[in-house]
Design a protein around this ligand. Structure first.
Ligand SMILES: Cc1ncc(COP(=O)(O)O)c(C=O)c1O
Length: 424
């Protein structure tokens, strides 16, 4: 049986230890190939029940009394995220705000913790929000921003920043380095431990953005000595559009760090309402304000499923699923003008692969319109295709690739109209 036989994918599904999870998601169209779980995960059925119960039995009946047991939920939900996906012991993760706000907060804390250092380092292929935030901080606070080129021809394989690429930029003026664990566009996975160790040798901090990694791969933050990290919960985390993000601050550095927005939830004795700010010595000292309870319940629902499945089994399915995609690319797509933009080494990728094609935008739109396949397009020429291990089956991925092959080999995609759309 070769990868180009549909029975190859069916056999993988048959022996998939996670196969029972698919039924626990809302999938209204059985024929759709939803390969965009790296952008927005699917809705777990139990989330509907959990949120409904929260509305009726808690907010509805308890009203303000509910705060007595809601008040610490950013912490307990953070502990769940840490335990289920990050390899983080309790007391180091908060579920709160957005990835962008959390990133801004940790950047501010890192700069304040290294007052004599004026340099920040990021890579050119990093997610826009991280780059824009640093540009703003550089302008307002007179910091120097180094943007490592990992986009031009030959600069870095699959945009992947290695210690060798990074080291020439490091010095005793660097306050922090920030990178993505998995590049949002190419899908390249960075070596968390090697980079963190190298940056620490220069006395600087590392801030990881793990948005495309959380819920797809095993990151072992504590064991890998990570200082600081942020990420979202709505991609492989399946917690819903705009669900709260998270931040991780290793206990080792919690005392030396102070975020710039010192809100009332970070205050040592919050309800004494005292005149002066005194930072809570626990992870609570990094929380700004009131948590979104409905959002937190969505996270609890989805991340408890991840914990039940185990991140090891999830990571394994990402590795096998992306390998199948790469083999299908070799068999069907390489001759149709596509170029693989993701590493063939499973330890250098996560849950999505990126395929480059000069007509990527048209093909992405045509996949949705003509083929009932949901991919994800990123400028200028890349199509991202993901396996989200709990809701996605192997055969769903296989069918999606076959439809992609047919759409391009018949040139049917050329008939699609490119209409204005803001979100892909
Ligand atoms: C790597 C990365 N960082 C940050 C963000 C922004 O997240 P948020 O809208 O929660 O701030 C995203 C969104 O997709 C992302 O992919």
């Amino acid at each position: 049986m070769t990868v180009t036989d549909r029975s190859y994918a069916l056999a993988l599904d048959e022996k998939d230890p996670l196969k029972a999870f698919r039924e626990r998601f809302v999938i209204t169209d059985p024929n759709i190939c939803y390969l965009d779980g790296n952008s927005l995960g699917r809705l777990p059925k139990q989330t509907i029940e959990i949120v409904n119960k929260y509305l009726i039995n808690e907010w509805g009946t308890q009203a303000v009394e509910g705060w007595a047991h809601w008040i610490d939920e950013a912490q307990s939900t953070g502990d769940l995220i840490g335990r289920a996906t990050l390899g983080a012991a309790a007391g180091q993760v908060l579920a709160c705000d957005t990835t962008s706000v959390n990133f801004f907060q940790l950047v501010g804390a890192a700069i304040a913790a290294r007052p004599n250092r004026k340099t920040m380092i990021i890579d050119a292929a990093n997610f826009p929000t991280d780059r824009y935030i640093l540009q703003g901080i550089a302008e307002r606070h007179g910091m120097k921003l180094i943007i490592i080129d990992n986009e031009s021809e030959g600069a870095a394989e699959y945009e992947r920043i290695t210690p060798d690429i990074l080291e020439p930029y490091l010095s005793d003026d660097v306050a922090f380095v920030t990178l993505e664990v998995i590049q949002y566009r190419s899908g390249a996975r960075t070596d968390i431990k090697a980079i963190t160790d190298l940056v620490r040798k220069y006395g600087a901090l590392t801030i990881w953005d793990a948005s495309h990694a959380v819920g797809a791969i095993d990151m072992d933050f504590d064991a890998n000595g990570v200082d600081l990290a942020v990420g979202c919960t709505y991609k492989y985390g399946n917690s819903g559009p705009g669900s709260p993000a998270w931040l991780y601050v290793n206990k080792r550095v919690q005392n030396e760090l102070q975020v710039p927005i010192q809100g009332w939830f970070a205050q040592s004795n919050q309800f004494e309402m005292g005149p002066d700010f005194k930072k809570n010595p626990t992870i609570r000292g990094f929380q700004i304000a009131s948590p979104s309870l409905i959002g937190l319940r969505c996270i609890q629902s989805a991340f408890s499923m991840i914990e039940e499945a185990s991140i090891e089994a999830i990571a394994q399915k990402c590795a096998v699923g992306t390998e199948m995609m790469i083999n299908l690319y070799d068999a069907w797509l390489a001759d149709l003008g596509f170029t693989l933009n993701t590493s063939r080494n499973p330890s250098e990728r996560g849950g999505h692969v990126s395929l480059i094609h000069p007509d990527a935008l048209k093909i992405s739109i045509a996949l949705r319109k003509f083929a009932n396949v949901v991919p994800d397009y990123r400028v200028p020429n890349s199509i991202r295709l993901a396996i989200s291990p709990l809701p996605t089956s192997y055969v769903e991925v296989w069918d999606g690739f076959q439809r992609l092959r047919d759409l391009v080999s018949t040139r049917q995609y050329e008939k699609v109209e490119i209409e204005g759309t803001n979100v892909t």
